[in-house]
Design a protein around this ligand. Structure first.
Ligand SMILES: [Zn+2]
Ligand SMILES: [Zn+2]
Length: 341
């Protein structure tokens, strides 16, 4: 089969012929890829940022945002059958450790990460396991939802926590209406009754945020902290979801947070600089967010099937992987770039 592989760092990916993956264990599932999302993480992999962390042996097939059709199943697989349309949770998890038994797949003690430390989805077929496949509604197409497996799932994971810890009428500030923020806003409107206030430097992003459901859009032009404080009677928001995490976003975000409010960190890059006396005296909380669980992904697919979360995508044939990566790197992709084998 055709696969796009990492053959070295600081060098291009290569399209090559490799053997098709085969069923090796009773719970294995082989998926025929219908769409593989092209992610900024893929660029970081080629820059060598993941080399030491993943320890993956080269060459290997890249691509961690995958959806498609079940092609073959091991003898013990009962939850999917050949031909089913599925999206893949990004991790292959053991199901036996304490975290897995709590439904907290992300912290599995024996996980693998296709596209990062084993073969991923820039290929015709990929091997995963029964625990990682989520069946999707007939109305959804793999290429349309593939990118929700990572970016969308991360946004969902953070927003689901906001929905659980807020009440109708509370205010949630969303910092950053880019790729993740744009999914987060749709999820927030679908599963919670908070008032959604979106803050972004880019006026076009703010405009789009309001179009997809944000109650208020504020361009971050210097007066935005005061605007949020005015809107909340001087108290600040019950929740701030920070999809940026750099360039001063955390300092501004914390200034918009109410006493006992929750600050959800999703984007990253800078340090959070808060006097500890402020943390204890106001009882504000900082909450980290990695990717979501299997159940999070299933819930997100329910919203997608209901038409409540949609993703703008640009598709490329698998052989045009370099074009897709170049477009992403140059900021030319509208929504998410998807490779279709
Ligand atoms: Zn990704
Ligand atoms: Zn586990």
């Amino acid at each position: 089969m055709k696969a796009v592989q990492v053959v070295g760092y600081h060098t291009g990916l290569q399209l090559t012929d490799v053997p098709e993956p085969a069923i090796e264990g009773p719970l294995d599932v082989i998926v025929r890829i219908g769409g593989a999302g092209v992610c900024r993480t893929d660029l970081h992999i080629l820059e060598g940022q993941w080399e030491a962390k993943s320890g993956v042996a080269l060459p290997y097939t890249i691509g961690h945002e995958n959806a498609g059709w079940v092609h073959a199943v091991g003898g013990a697989v009962t939850n999917v059958a050949v031909g089913d349309k599925v999206i893949l949770h990004p991790l292959i998890t053991c199901g036996l450790c304490r975290a897995c038994r709590s439904g907290d797949d992300v912290h599995c003690q024996a996980s693998k990460f296709p596209g990062i430390d084993v073969d991923g989805g820039y290929a015709e077929y990929l091997r995963t396991t029964a625990r990682s496949v989520v069946r999707i509604d007939d109305s959804l197409e793999p290429a349309d939802v593939a990118a929700l497996a990572d970016a969308g799932l991360t946004a969902y994971h953070a927003i689901a926590k906001v929905a659980q810890s807020t009440r109708p009428g509370d205010v949630c500030v969303v910092i950053g209406a880019g790729g993740l923020g744009h999914i987060g806003i749709q999820v927030l409107k679908a599963i919670s009754a908070v008032t959604v206030v979106v803050v972004d430097r880019n006026p076009a992003a703010v405009e789009l945020a309001v179009k997809i459901g944000a109650d208020h859009g504020i361009v971050a032009d210097g007066g935005h902290i005061d605007r949020v404080l005015e809107m909340t009677g001087g108290h600040g928001a019950e929740a701030v979801v920070d999809f940026v995490g750099e360039g001063g976003a955390t300092r501004e975000g914390i200034a918009m947070l109410r006493r006992a409010g929750n600050y959800y960190v999703v984007g990253y890059g800078e340090n959070i600089d808060v006097p500890t006396i402020d943390v204890i005296s106001t009882e504000i909380n900082f909450i980290g967010n990695l990717v979501g669980s299997y159940n999070d992904l299933q819930e997100l697919m329910t919203l997608a099937a209901q038409g409540k979360v949609t993703l703008h995508t640009t598709t490329y044939p698998l052989a045009s992987f370099q074009q897709a990566l170049d477009d992403l790197d140059a900021g030319r992709v509208r929504g998410r770039a998807i490779l279709v084998p």
